[in-house]
Design a protein around this ligand. Structure first.
Ligand SMILES: Cc1ncc(COP(=O)(O)O)c(C=O)c1O
Length: 448
């Protein structure tokens, strides 16, 4: 603790010792002691194109030298214009307009604000409530915490949070209703209609969801009919469907937009993390043409804003990341690579009784660690099984991401997210699986 007092940084966990990073290239990070880590989680599902891509760094440098900053109320800039055009072209249907911000929390907070103002301009002043789901995380602001289930982060601030309703997330491994798909009849989707009716449709502005659940349930994928049904219900009551794809979007799930897996379009789509690829803080809200039109034809402005929105240097990083993905055909490789990794994890599950479930889509994969795979009995919270696995893996040179402590839900579960940079090679995936194998063996020796 004394060492921490001498240092001048206020760390995420004051008192904890952090290795200092020296450099990174491809899928590897090196610390100042020379230790090498294979990044199996792209940081926190951010570094999608890997580290050290000089064409991104060059683009940022060129933009910074030309125009480092402009205030968005006065000017637009070329990288922002160009990136918005690329995103409109990459998303299906009429998701044509993009509002750029700096991070996922800002994106979701902005989307909520946009949804409210959209309804007000249309004359539905009462529509101010948002519905969220259990097993969700949308950011650290009071607004986004109000519409998520994350107890660890909500508890401290509960007096300041808004009393928005949450419905059970679709999570078949541990169904909220104790049922099995498809006999369940999709009760988790039907709960949306019940809650809209209970709150009064005239009061409900939007439904905020992570199409593939990230840190709160380690890559849990909904059943096929879930999103088509949700879309229908939202349309019936003029409730905007806001897809939080900050983590699962931008190719991570194997499609540009995760909702494409179910041929569903959201009204608003939030992106973050991989959009800047870790090269710059960048996130976005994309909106349907008809929503944008309401802002054009009524107030002519969106009453909101951040100092750094649409920053030229950040947008040039985003544009260079987008171009790199296209140039290297990274999205195209994901289904095959994802399949390779998924099969590798499934094979590990045969040898490791501690693996209760392997799940996910594309390059967003998750493991749930359990004491007993047949009964799905979890470890108690104190055991910190996933955290132990993360630490042991890190000692062995593999970085994994766990929701425990930060984004764990009301029921503490042991999750490991495996989401390496898209550029990982097959031999690097084999290395990842081999270190994970050795790490899980060590965890089992300690815990089982
Ligand atoms: C699904 C989801 N939404 C929003 C956020 C918040 O993003 P940020 O940390 O960039 O504010 C996160 C962060 O982990 C996330 O996973």
């Amino acid at each position: 603790m004394q060492g921490a007092q001498e240092k001048k940084v206020f760390y995420r966990s004051p008192g904890k010792e952090y290795p200092q990073v020296e450099r990174a290239r491809g899928v590897y990070i090196y610390d100042t002691t020379g230790k090498k880590y294979l990044d199996g989680a792209s940081g926190c599902v951010v570094a999608n194109i890997g580290y050290g891509v000089t064409q991104v760094a060059d683009a940022m440098g060129e933009t910074a030298a030309k125009i480092s900053y402009v205030h968005s109320s006065t000017f637009t800039n070329q990288p922002q214009e160009e990136l918005a055009r690329c995103l409109a072209g990459a998303t299906p249907g009429e998701l044509n307009h993009t509002y750029f911000v700096s991070g996922g929390t800002e994106a979701n907070e902005t989307a909520m604000s946009m949804a409210l103002q959209y309804h007000i301009q249309k004359g539905s002043k009462g529509k101010y409530k948002f519905i969220g789901r259990t097993l969700s995380y949308h950011g650290s602001s009071f607004g986004t915490l109000s519409v998520a289930s994350n107890t660890a982060r909500r508890r401290l601030f509960s007096p300041l949070l808004l009393p928005f309703p949450l419905i059970p997330a679709p999570h078949c491994y541990r169904c909220h209703y104790g049922l099995s798909y498809p006999a369940c009849g999709l009760l988790c989707a039907k709960a949306l209609e019940q809650v809209i009716l209970a709150e009064g449709p005239e009061n409900v502005a939007g439904f905020l969801v992570e199409p593939v659940i990230g840190t709160s349930a380690a890559a849990s994928v909904p059943p096929a009919e879930y999103f088509p049904l949700v879309r229908e219900i939202c349309d019936r009551y003029d409730v905007l469907l806001i897809a939080d794809e900050v983590l699962c979007g931008y190719g991570r799930s194997g499609k540009f937009m995760a909702l494409e897996h179910w041929q569903v379009e959201p009204d608003l789509l939030t992106l973050g993390k991989g959009l800047g690829g870790g090269y710059a803080p960048l996130a976005a809200v994309m909106v349907q043409e008809r929503i944008h039109r309401v802002f054009c034809e009524n107030w002519g402005k969106f009453v909101h804003g951040y100092t750094y929105q649409g920053n030229p240097v950040c947008c040039s990083a985003g544009l260079a990341v987008f171009r790199y993905i296209r140039q290297e055909k990274l999205f195209e490789q994901l289904p095959e690579k994802g399949d390779f990794l998924f099969k590798g994890l499934k094979a590990l599950a045969k040898d490791h009784p501690i693996i209760g479930d392997v799940r996910g889509l594309g390059f967003l994969l998750g493991l749930e660690l359990v004491r007993d795979a047949s009964s799905k009995e979890s470890f108690s919270k104190e055991v910190q099984a996933a955290e132990k696995a993360r630490k042991i893996s890190m000692d062995k040179g593999l970085l994994l991401y766990t929701g425990v402590g930060g984004t764990a839900d009301i029921m503490p579960r042991d999750y490991l997210l495996i989401a390496p940079p898209f550029v990982i090679s097959h031999s690097e995936m084999e290395e990842l699986l081999s270190i994970l194998d050795a790490s899980l063996t060590e965890v089992e020796e300690k815990l089982l």
